[in-house]
Ligand binder design. Structure first.
Ligand code: LLP
Length: 413
């Protein structure tokens, strides 16, 4: 555990979190570099076959976090030119970058081609034709894979389920062969691989195995039609434990075994796009308790972070464990832990049992390293929080807290 209580006070690695709060203020995201490295190493070591781990930087796109993975040899899974800029700035090798997303537009395609990335994951025939046109204009060949929708139920939250026919993602499995044959004839296209991604926060990885088996069948068929596939990209999706009383951590070794089995006998490079698994439990959000109040039978603990800082509970009703920064042995209360924003949906937990925390003291929202800061906004004109990276007994601010000036930059009266 990289976040642990010692003498009833929370530490991030060897740093007292209270020290960070005193220096940087709240709300603040705190990340553990050791956790990131440990998770990456665990993922990497589970595979025997040649592979590239392309960190899905939508999960946490802070430059220092991306660099931590780039230094370990990771690539990046990106979905916009902004993420491409971040990946390149953080030192990710272009040949290890894959570009996902349903609507890549001209200047994104140009930027990707100019940067020499590994491949663009194509999600429709329209997109294929556009990529072909852009590449031809530049006198280049665009390396592509199709994102194939294997129509497998990932058994996760419907908002983060992506591999079913009813979802907007990828090309239908049944149409994939025809699309590859079409792509083969296009002057500006070079077929490199096949990609799929069925959903996020999967605590059971068997649906990824089932999808892999379908994709392996497709690759065989492609090969028999003279189409070489050198990369299979199995997306991300491996889940993490948010609730230690209910969730069971998926076995990364079993996942690796399943994938290697599905693609046994194929001469291709495996690509992975994990996000949450690498960073989710490596981050916390620390927030100060501002007030307590009761409306009839309902108790509220009001904190200085809101849904603009961490959206997951509001958007997905997601569970995040919350504990006091200092465990003082106060009596336990049952309350809603809410933010200052003018929305009923602005909560971190409802009817939550927590050791009471006095106004002015802090709470800690755990498992906030993935889709935390990256989904934050300036709603209610609130500056976004600072981000801090802990490394052993040191910490440094890796993104300054936004200022009021930052809020209005670019606006005109
Ligand atoms: N690859 C593709 C194409 C993706 O769409 C995603 C996530 C990933 C990889 C990384 O998935 P992961 O390994 O992190 O599960 N905001 C939601 C999660 C949205 C996931 C979107 N795509 C949440 O907070 O739970």
């Amino acid at each position: 555990m990289t976040f642990k209580y010692v003498d009833n006070e929370l530490y991030a690695e060897s740093v007292k979190v209270s020290e960070i709060v005193n220096e940087v203020g709240t709300p603040v995201y705190v990340y553990s570099k050791k956790h990131f490295i440990d998770q990456f190493t665990k993922f990497h070591r589970a595979f025997k076959r040649d592979h590239i781990i392309c960190f899905a930087i939508k999960a946490n796109s802070n430059l220092a976090v991306i660099k931590t993975f780039a230094d370990l040899g990771a690539g990046a899974d990106i979905v916009s030119k902004g993420e491409l800029l971040r990946a390149l700035k953080a030192g990710v090798e272009p040949s290890k970058i894959v570009f996902s997303g349903v609507a890549k537009i001209k200047d994104e395609i140009e930027y990707a081609l100019d940067s020499g990335i590994l491949m663009l994951n194509v999600e429709s025939e329209d997109e294929l034709l556009n990529i072909n046109a852009v590449a031809k204009e530049k006198g280049k060949k665009a390396p592509i894979s199709f994102r194939v929708n294997p129509d497998v139920d990932p058994k996760t939250h419907p908002y983060i389920s992506t591999g079913l026919k009813k979802n907007k993602f990828g090309v239908p499995y049944e149409e994939a062969l025809d699309l590859y044959l079409k792509a083969k004839e296009l002057e500006g296209i070079e077929i490199v691989g096949v990609q799929f991604h069925i959903g996020s926060q999967l605590l059971d990885t068997t649906p990824i195995y089932d999808a892999s088996v379908r994709i392996a069948k497709l690759i065989k068929e492609l090969n028999s039609r003279g189409i070489d596939i050198s990369v299979v990209d199995v997306g991300g999706g491996v889940g993490i434990v948010y609730n230690d009383k209910e969730d069971k951590e998926p076995s990364i070794e079993k996942y690796a075994e399943q994938i290697e089995k599905a693609f046994d006998g194929f001469d291709l490079r495996l690509v992975f796009e994990p996000g949450r698994f690498l960073v989710g439990n490596g981050g916390i959000l620390v927030s100060q308790v501002v007030y307590h109040k009761s409306n009839g039978p309902k108790n509220f603990m009001i904190v200085d972070a809101g849904m603009n800082d961490l959206l997951r509970p509001s958007l997905y009703n997601a569970y995040h464990k919350i504990e006091p920064l200092f465990k003082k042995g106060n009596k336990t209360i049952k309350c809603d832990i809410v933010g200052p924003i003018c929305e009923t949906g602005d909560f971190f937990a409802r009817d939550y049992e927590i050791e009471d925390v006095e106004n002015g003291d802090c709470i800690v929202v755990f498992s906030a390293g993935a889709y935390g800061f990256t989904m934050s906004s300036n709603y209610n004109s609130r500056p976004r929080p600072a981000e801090v990276l802990v490394d052993g007994d040191e910490f440094r601010v890796v993104r300054a807290r936004e200022t009021l000036e930052d809020l209005i930059r670019g606006e005109m009266l």
